[in-house]
Design a protein around this ligand. Structure first.
Ligand code: AP5
Length: 216
């Protein structure tokens, strides 16, 4: 099964992905996490990506396409994968179509999580992430049991640099301009399922599972 989670920053892609990869045993490919990992390690990729990410801009297509193509060719992806945060432009979507055609693998479904902008801003500015395992929380909507401590591994929670109000505003504008056209791109291929993301986390998860189960 090869699935894409599509949606604006803060829609809950990462939150749903955590649950979906566990339930369906999918390899999780999140370009934002890969890029943040590269920045943390100080690699050449990280140095290149940092300036774009800090400003809320997209990292150049060729860089991101290269990362995803390489990852999809690894043997553990044979059993299926979930893409979160990729593709984000029509150029990236076309590149993905090409690599999947070369691998003779179909794209099974694109799950689009739709959320209004006011809610997105509230979610992003209140988000906290575990430094150790990457689990995601929210100060109000999904708080950890102990303040600033991860429920899953006990790691310290932190606020992402690009979750400041100014950068969030820019990321939302970039999404509307560069990523939103993908909704139509996948609708035309009859691959799109849109979910109302203004619901409880568990309700959204149940609805996504119903879509994926109906495919099997
Ligand atoms: P990336 O890391 O992919 O960020 P994003 O797409 O902006 O998405 P987020 O991680 O911010 O949001 P999410 O939808 O995963 O929401 P979450 O589940 O955390 O990308 C970061 C940067 O990397 C980009 O800006 C770009 O520079 C670069 N990049 C990455 N991929 C790229 C690509 N393909 N091309 C070029 N550049 C790329 O939830 C948010 C919060 O809300 C959390 O606190 C959560 O607890 C809470 N929450 C979740 N669901 C609910 C709910 N239903 N109700 C209430 N609260 C909820």
């Amino acid at each position: 099964m090869l699935i894409i989670l599509l949606g604006p920053p803060g829609a809950g892609k990462g939150t749903q992905a955590e649950r979906l990869v566990h339930k369906y045993r999918l390899v999780y490919i999140a370009t934002g996490d890969i890029l943040r990992g590269a920045i943390k390690s100080g690699s050449a990729l990280g140095q290149q990506a940092r300036q774009y990410m800090e400003q809320g801009q997209l990292v150049p297509d060729d860089v991101v396409v290269g990362i995803v193509n390489e990852r999809l060719l690894e043997p553990d992806c044979e059993g299926g994968a979930l893409l979160d945060g990729f593709p984000r432009t029509v150029v990236q979507a076309r590149a993905l179509d090409q690599v999947l055609a070369a691998m003779d693998k179909p794209l099974d479904r694109v799950v689009h999580i739709s959320v209004n902008e006011e809610e997105l801003i509230a979610r992003l500015t209140g988000r906290r992430v575990c430094r150790e395992c990457g689990a995601t929380y929210h100060t109000k909507f999904n708080p950890p049991r102990v303040r600033n401590v991860c429920d899953q591994c006990g790691g310290e929670l932190y606020q992402r640099e690009d979750d400041s109000l100014a950068t969030v505003t820019e990321r939302l504008a970039v999404y509307r301009k560069q990523t939103e056209p993908l909704i139509e791109y996948y609708r035309q291929q009859d691959l799109l399922s849109t979910i109302n993301g203004n619901q409880e986390i568990e309700q959204i998860f149940t609805q996504i599972c119903a879509i994926l189960d109906a495919m099997e």
